[in-house]
Design a protein around this ligand. Structure first.
Ligand SMILES: Nc1ncnc2c1ncn2[C@@H]1O[C@H](COP(=O)(O)OP(=O)(O)OP(=O)(O)O)[C@@H](O)[C@H]1O
Ligand SMILES: [Mg+2]
Length: 290
């Protein structure tokens, strides 16, 4: 099967892109998929430091994109989550953006470079910056699909829709070159108990119904303090909460992210279904062994 390239995007900051990228990535890795997380947010490289590293490569995203180095030994780090590798962000001065703007192949570079990892990984997940930029365009042109977290309110839905459609429109000419512009799948993030989840879902779905480039996922992500706890410990949230919480309504984080993974990657349904509460419990136990 071809390596699946997935971008986590938004034209807004702070909506949960990194949270989705690191947790979805770890869940897929636990399901046995060889997963590569790429941190393409030079300004706030939080995906790079979310998990402890078992092996830190000398290079990262700068070496890959600016210097065209695809040697795994040079650019790929290994995280504490088995099967989860990382290309970390090492562009603190934001040089990549200027470089890509000047390079004739700028927006096409990642699509080209990722071919080198075909066969080494099943899945690539790319975390991005919450802004419209040449980096975002480059990531979209390198991706088979995009997932975009969205807060549960109409105002952000409209703003998001406008910004994203402009970005997608700007990429239409690349279609003439035979490039794929990915479908964007919106996941509503941070639903809380005061939200009428179904009503919000309906109205957000309505807001996007005119676009054949944007789709709203059935899966939603509830607001949870466990996200902060998990990130403090550098572990995936489904390791923190694989059982259905007894004291409140709602699903476990395992079940939330498993549903999201199934909806995004139905081709691996069997693997996700095999990642049961018991299976994760064993993985977590094994992780604590000295
Ligand atoms: N469902 C949720 N419940 C509780 N907290 C959440 C949830 N989703 C995200 N957060 C928290 O919101 C904050 C912002 O999330 P995150 O860093 O993932 O957003 P981002 O889109 O990557 O932001 P940026 O644009 O700055 O990169 C984080 O502190 C994260 O833990
Ligand atoms: Mg982020």
């Amino acid at each position: 099967m071809k390596m699946k390239r997935t971008a986590v995007i938004s034209t807004k900051g702070g909506v949960g892109k990194t949270t989705v990228a690191v947790n979805l990535g770890a869940l897929c890795a636990d399901a046995g998929l060889r997963t590569l997380l790429i941190d393409l947010d030079p300004a706030q490289p939080s995906a790079s430091s979310y998990y402890p590293l078992v092996h830190e490569a000398e290079g990262g995203i700068y070496d890959l994109i600016a210097l065209n180095i695809t040697d795994p030994a040079r650019v790929i780090s290994t995280t504490s989550v088995p099967n989860l590798s990382l290309i970390l962000s090492n562009d603190p001065n934001n040089q990549l953006i200027n470089l890509l703007l000047q390079a004739p192949d700028g927006r096409l570079r990642l699509a080209q470079l990722l071919q080198a990892f075909e066969g080494q990984f099943d899945l690539v997940i790319i975390d991005t910056q919450g802004a419209r930029s040449v980096l975002l365009e480059m990531v979209l042109l390198a991706s088979d699909l995009a997932v975009s977290p969205l807060p549960p309110n109409m105002l952000s839905a409209r703003e998001f829709s406008r910004g994203l459609l402009q970005t997608l429109d700007g990429l239409q000419t690349y279609k003439l070159l035979g490039l794929n512009i990915p479908l964007v799948k919106v996941v509503i993030n941070s639903l809380d108990q005061t939200n009428d989840a179904r009503a919000i879902h309906e109205s957000i779905r309505c807001a996007f119904q005119d676009s054949d480039q944007i789709e709203v996922l059935r899966s939603t992500i509830p607001v949870s303090v466990k996200f902060r706890e998990a990130s403090t410990h550098g572990i995936p949230i489904h390791h923190r909460e694989y059982r259905k919480p007894s004291n409140k309504q709602g699903e476990s984080a395992l079940s939330v992210f498993r549903e999201l993974a199934i909806e995004l990657f139905p081709e691996w349904l069997d693997r996700f279904e095999a990642l049961t509460e018991e299976a994760v419990k064993q993985l977590v136990k094994a992780g604590f062994r000295p």
